[in-house]
Design a binder for this molecule. Structure first.
Ligand code: SAH
Length: 252
């Protein structure tokens, strides 16, 4: 059996109990060395075969997974954050399907959750935003038509930009062109939940400058939206006058 496991956003104790148990029994681990905390490899048994996928192609990763499967090893494909966001797991799952090999996905704490914890902030503040957009700036990897940053910016929802810390001039221009006002609050969260985590608060119009001044070019999430500012309403769920399936509201 092959397990796609989310390693969490950085701090080694943010992996799930299930993920940690699997690492403890693994015979083969292929981990995303660019972003997975190497301390997690300390959970693996001493004879576990370990590969860093940062230096491998998809074909090489699949070859390793299939060979380990044939050898009857418990195999962990360890991805940063949660594998379902920019994890490139679909292409791996398709090849395993074609080879008739079964697999299971174990979720993890995505960096957009780690970054919110670092601030700390809530993306879905009533009256401010009830929508979170997870996206990226088009770079060497293009984005499909209609999903350009400027098109998404028109919603003025809460936004987390992955893979874009090196493209902040372009990102900033697109965000402004699309509809965020220049003074919309923004934040750059570098290495959320790692020991060297850093948080820079700014506005949409100062994103590029803030990254430049602080030498941030990668391993950062860019957060944008009024959820980072003041204001908003209290939730109805916990309002004394609001009736829910669990609680009878009392007339004010
Ligand atoms: N599956 C991962 C995302 C992988 S894409 C997840 O769920 O988080 C890699 C991008 O994620 C990076 O370019 C960066 O934008 C972001 N990222 C990953 N870990 C991060 C961290 N600890 N802090 C800030 N951003 C991070």
């Amino acid at each position: 059996m092959i397990y796609f496991v989310g390693a969490g956003s950085g701090a080694p104790d943010l992996i799930t109990v299930r993920g940690a148990r699997l690492l403890g029994k693994a015979g083969c681990v292929v981990y995303a060395g660019s972003l997975v905390n190497p301390e997690l490899l300390g959970l693996c048994p001493p004879d576990c075969e370990i590969h860093d996928s940062a230096r491998m192609t998809l074909e090489e990763v699949i070859d390793v997974l299939l060979a380990a499967e044939r050898a009857g090893r418990l195999t962990v494909r360890l991805h940063t954050g949660d594998p379902c966001v920019y994890g490139a797991i679909r292409e791996q799952m398709e090849r395993l399907d074609a080879a008739g090999v079964s697999y299971t996905v174990v979720p993890g704490v995505s960096s957009f959750c780690g970054a919110a914890a670092a601030l700390p902030a809530e993306y879905t503040v009533p009256g401010v935003s009830q929508t979170v957009i997870l996206t990226r700036m088009a770079g060497r990897t293009p984005v499909p038509k209609g999903q350009e940053l400027s098109a998404l910016a028109a919603h003025r929802a809460s936004m987390a930009l992955f893979l874009s810390a090196g493209l902040l001039e372009e990102s900033q221009a697109e965000l402004l062109r699309g509809g965020y006002s220049p003074d919309t609050p923004a934040a750059i969260v570098y290495k959320a939940t790692w020991p060297d985590e850093r948080v820079f608060r700014c506005t949409v119009s100062t994103l590029a400058e803030t990254a430049r001044e602080n030498g941030i070019g990668k391993t950062a999430l860019i957060l944008v939206g009024d959820f980072l500012g003041e204001g908003g309403e209290r939730s109805l769920l916990y309002d004394p006058a609001f009736t829910t399936g669990y609680r009878e509201g009392i007339a004010p």
